[in-house]
Write a protein that binds this ligand. Structure first.
Ligand code: ASP
Length: 334
């Protein structure tokens, strides 16, 4: 059986830019061609993908939900809650490092297949910012709540108050302050003092959702918010196309609307891998000096194809689907 497809269908079919490059987009938009056997491309391939090593445990929890025909939205929320609950994790959740003034301020966002989204930033003393972000999405007319307002909302919705920093972290922060002899300045980002969990999932209905949660850059300026709670920067989902999320220096990711850029590249025919590479290329070009800068993206398309790319070596990500469970090292540019 043959089916008529136009340019948009070709992109939906996951044909990469290298193949599409053979055609002229403008003329393709007006024409159509006949191709056969398209049905296998429409097969739904459930998958969970998330950033860094901590993604392994988070993916496991998310996959339990997908396996039982749960929604990708539940999967990405309950998946990253595992990381938020880990008090030994110094870059996500209440075990995270504080800002320069000793406040642990948490950022998170979530987005579903209908482009509903919710976000919290600069939230203190609440264990699960990702669930507060979901409550913002589902129970308010807003997308984003920050600071005291976000906390007031969380407490009004029965989220428990937690004292932060936790004692071990408070001790480390005090030692850091002493060492820096009161000349307090936010330290440059290195592999030790940041990270985020970003998670993307496709469920058995083919719906995509994403989540992103972090305590941000260790010893950041009080009031600083990175890319992680910003829809389009730290996370973006478009159910027709795919999704992306980011980790690394939030300031550089925000400047190119990173995750949205990745999804838009996929909309224009790039594979998830090519789209992540293009976004990193753009950061490098805009930023000029990328010495010590690390930014990373993961992405998936509607068909469960994945991609990941970072500025430099050292980024890894976790995948779980029916064929594979484990960590992969990302490709990198320099
Ligand atoms: N993107 C996070 C932030 O800038 C940190 C990270 O993922 O490394 O707060």
């Amino acid at each position: 059986m043959s089916k008529k497809v136009n340019r948009r269908d070709l992109i939906r079919l996951g044909l990469t830019s290298s193949l599409l490059g053979v055609f002229n987009f403008k003329s393709l938009a007006k024409t159509s061609i006949n191709i056969t056997n398209v049905s296998s491309e429409d097969e739904i391939k459930p998958i969970v993908i998330s950033t860094w090593n901590h993604g392994i445990a988070a993916n496991k929890a998310a996959w339990e939900i997908i396996k039982k025909n749960g929604s990708s939205l539940d999967a990405v929320e309950f998946g990253v809650r595992v990381t938020e609950s880990d008090l030994t994790n110094r870059s996500v959740g209440i075990g995270g490092y504080p800002d320069i003034d000793g406040h642990v301020t948490l950022d998170a966002c979530i987005m579903d297949q209908n482009s509903n989204c919710g976000s919290v930033a600069f939230l203190e003393g609440i264990a699960h910012p990702i669930s507060v972000a979901r409550a913002v999405m589902e129970k308010t007319p807003h997308v984003m709540l920050v600071g005291k307002g976000a906390k007031k909302f969380a407490l009004a919705h029965d989220f428990k108050k937690i004292s932060t920093p936790i004692p071990e972290v408070k001790k480390e922060w005090k030692a850091w302050k002493k060492k820096h002899n009161k000349l307090l300045k936010t330290p440059a980002v290195n592999t030790e003092n940041h990270d985020t969990i970003g998670m993307l999932a496709i469920d058995n209905n083919g719906n995509i959702s994403g989540s992103c949660t972090t305590s941000g850059w260790a010893y950041k300026m009080h009031g600083r918010v990175g890319d992680s709670p910003i829809i389009g920067a730290g996370l973006f989902v478009d159910n027709e196309i795919g999704a992306a999320c980011a980790t690394g220096v939030g300031e550089s990711i925000i400047k190119i609307a990173g995750s949205h850029t990745v999804v838009e590249c996929m909309r224009n025919g790039y594979s998830p891998q090519e789209a992540c590479e293009e976004a990193i290329k753009r950061i490098i070009k805009k930023q000029g000096n990328v010495k010590d800068l690390q930014c990373c993206f993961i992405a998936l398309d509607k068909f469960g194809n994945t991609g990941a790319h970072s500025i430099r070596d050292g980024f890894n990500y976790a995948i779980k689907n029916n064929d594979f469970e484990g960590i992969k090292n990302s490709s990198y540019s320099i």
